[in-house]
Design a protein around this ligand. Structure first.
Ligand code: 5GP
Ligand code: MG
Length: 173
């Protein structure tokens, strides 16, 4: 594995994002909505850097790419999408890759009549985008490599690593 972003670099990126969000959302009815499971650690670290009132929600989204369903089919659990009407909603995800997950979620959330709706991601992968819309906030641009750690998994492993690393051929078995 090759480390792309160290623990310290990630924390600096989060402090910087928190500063931008403070300028944007302080005094507003903010709900930070994390996309499970990948945004788990990002969400926990980011909200502890925001020292103004806010609410936290979670949404579970999985895009199945196996043989059983069409590519890009997005399954969203609706349970935590109540009470977004009139709120400033910030959708938080781990990584912007093709963009289909984020765009699918934003379209669904729009129907909940939020006061505003924007998105933030930890990572934005270069050269993979297949949608018009881009994240409103991001911490880091990364090259087109498969990354793990800091919430991101490979077959459910590696989420707990405090850094972001690119998998190498030897790691894939
Ligand atoms: P998109 O819909 O933007 O193509 O994909 C977003 C989702 O695909 C992410 O939330 C993440 O679950 C997964 N994904 C995309 N690229 C990577 C990657 O490099 N590593 C990992 N672990 N997951 C990724
Ligand atoms: Mg994900």
């Amino acid at each position: 594995m090759k480390i792309l972003l160290s623990e310290a670099e990630i924390q600096r990126g989060i402090v910087d994002l928190a500063r931008r969000l403070d300028a944007e959302y302080r005094g507003k009815p903010l709900t930070v909505l994390g996309v499970l499971t990948g945004s788990l650690i990002f969400l926990a670290d980011l909200i502890r850097r925001l020292d103004f009132p806010l609410r936290v929600g979670l949404v579970h989204a999985s895009s199945y790419r196996g043989a059983a369903t069409l590519p890009g089919t997005l399954e969203i659990s609706e349970t935590s999408l109540r009470d977004l009407e009139g709120r400033d909603v910030l959708l938080l995800d781990d990584i912007f890759d093709t963009g289909q997950t984020l765009v699918g979620l934003l379209e669904r959330l729009e129907k909940k009549r939020p006061r505003s709706l924007r998105s933030a991601v930890l990572l934005w992968k270069e050269g993979r985008q297949r949608v018009e819309r881009t994240p409103d906030f991001h911490c880091f641009r990364i090259p087109d490599e498969f990354v793990v750690g800091y919430g991101l998994d490979y077959r459910d492993d590696y989420r707990h690593l405090p850094y972001v690393a690119a998998l190498e051929a030897a790691d894939i078995g």
